[in-house]
Design a protein around this ligand. Structure first.
Ligand code: NAD
Ligand code: MG
Length: 404
């Protein structure tokens, strides 16, 4: 059997590294054909020397120039610029695309892979949150196979019957006997922090997740639980849920990665250690199973599993995202844009932790008054909303929070 030829978008990130770790364990099955990164030359060089991909993309032009100096470019192609991401994601020689760029920057390349009918391993949840129906329609049209990498969605996918797995985006959950989908979340590093101390939390504290080791943006999203909000929206699109079919439950131990509750009273849960190599290996090998090098779960070490509701006062971003989910595409596109701007400002220590929710709420409110199209029916339309929302969030930060 020939090896799957893989393109890893965002190869130098946390998901990129875990993907390469799983491929390292299974070299007979996978070939790293193309890798992309924003600007990390060191990490890219290390990937090049180990995996020998034929194509490397550095979005940043200076980083690409530096890479060209350090790699003997006889047999490799080194590209730069955002357009090159789209080119490699849709290249005919690629079978499988790992979509692991962080944020809205991943939308167009991920969509290009979907439109080209690839097997798309979706980690970049922001792309789906930004484009929802357009994204799922594109997959249905092209016949692209979507496999959810996000641990919760991967867990849900594993707990659903084959018919649903093969009809992501338009599946009929009720016909498959599903009562509801239960998204679990740990509650992040500030689950027990007194509410009055939340505004004092630093980027370092927000990025110190108790269970998962991730990139900085998603780590902050986990601390605000905006991550669970984005995942709620992601689940709505992937599994075609109605509002009453989707719930969020706190589960601090991160042993159960999510659950599906059926009409007959059965609840299926997917469990494992909190290591992204497990869902990545599942997506890479689906419907087979391969070794991910993750140790089996030891229940005697786990001890007890607990559950709680997510408090709206502690996690306003989660509440806002769940509301936006059912308002229309304009709302989730605006929310995602505002959150990216707010998280970057928080990581740069320009705004406080609790300001993130403030930026998101005021931006969505403002966008509600300027948007005439509730459902965005084209990529240019949603990119325009994305841009306006980013501008609004930036202005709010500059004039109300930083100078205010
Ligand atoms: P990360 O910050 O560690 O890595 C991001 C990658 O994207 C890097 O390779 C970087 O070079 C690239 N990148 C950043 N900005 C870019 C730009 N403007 N253009 C092109 N490339 C750019 O992020 P991560 O934690 O690996 O997360 C990646 C995605 O996967 C996110 O959407 C995140 O929500 C999702 N995800 C991550 C985890 C996790 O455990 N890390 C779990 C579930 C989902
Ligand atoms: Mg997740």
């Amino acid at each position: 059997m020939s090896r799957q030829r893989i393109c890893i978008l965002g190869a130098t990130g946390s998901i990129g590294a875990s993907t390469l770790a799983v491929i390292r364990q299974n070299p007979q099955l996978f070939e790293v054909a193309a890798v992309t990164a924003h600007a990390n030359v060191e990490a890219m060089l290390a990937i090049y020397h180990e995996f020998k991909p034929q194509t490397l993309v550095m979005v940043d032009a200076d980083a690409a120039a530096s890479l060209r100096v350090q790699i003997d470019a006889q047999e490799v192609t080194i590209l730069s610029g955002a357009g090159a991401l789209i080119e490699v994601a849709a290249a005919p020689s690629i079978n499988t695309v790992m979509a692991a760029i962080v944020g809205g920057a991943g939308l167009l390349p991920t969509l290009a892979a979907v439109e080209a009918g690839k097997r798309v391993l979706l980690a970049n949840k922001e792309a789906l949150v930004m484009s929802g129906q357009l994204f799922m329609d594109a997959a249905r049209r092209s016949g692209a196979q979507l496999l959810p990498v996000d641990s919760e969605h991967n867990a849900i996918f594993q707990c659903l019957p084959t018919i649903v797995q093969e009809q992501l985006g338009y599946c009929d959950l009720a016909a498959a006997g599903v009562h509801e989908i239960i998204l679990t979340g740990s509650g992040g590093p500030f689950r027990e922090t007194p509410l009055a101390e939340l505004e004092l939390q630093s980027p370092a504290a927000a990025c110190a997740h108790p269970n998962w080791d991730m990139g900085r943006k998603i780590s902050v999203d986990s601390a605000t639980m905006m991550n669970k909000g984005l995942e709620y929206i992601e689940a709505r699109w992937l599994f075609n849920t109605a509002p009453e079919q989707l719930k969020v439950v706190l589960h601090p131990q991160s042993v159960i990665h999510s659950m599906v509750s059926y009409h007959d009273g059965s609840v299926l849960a997917q469990m494992g250690r909190p290591d992204m190599c497990t869902p990545i290996a599942h997506c890479l090998s689906y419907p087979e199973r391969i070794n991910s090098s993750v140790k089996p779960l030891n229940f005697l070490e786990v001890g007890s599993l607990t559950f709680a509701t997510a408090d709206a006062q502690r996690y306003p971003c989660l509440q806002l995202a769940m509301e936006c989910c059912w308002l229309g595409q304009w709302a989730t596109t605006s929310l995602n844009a505002a959150n990216e701007i707010a998280v970057a400002a928080f990581l740069a220590e320009r705004i406080g932790f609790t300001d993130i929710a403030r930026v998101c709420a005021t931006t969505v409110e403002a966008m509600a008054t300027v948007i005439s199209e509730r459902e965005l029916n084209s990529i240019p339309a949603l990119l325009s909303v994305d841009k306006q929302a980013r501008e609004h969030a930036t202005d709010f930060i500059e004039y109300s929070l930083v100078q205010g």
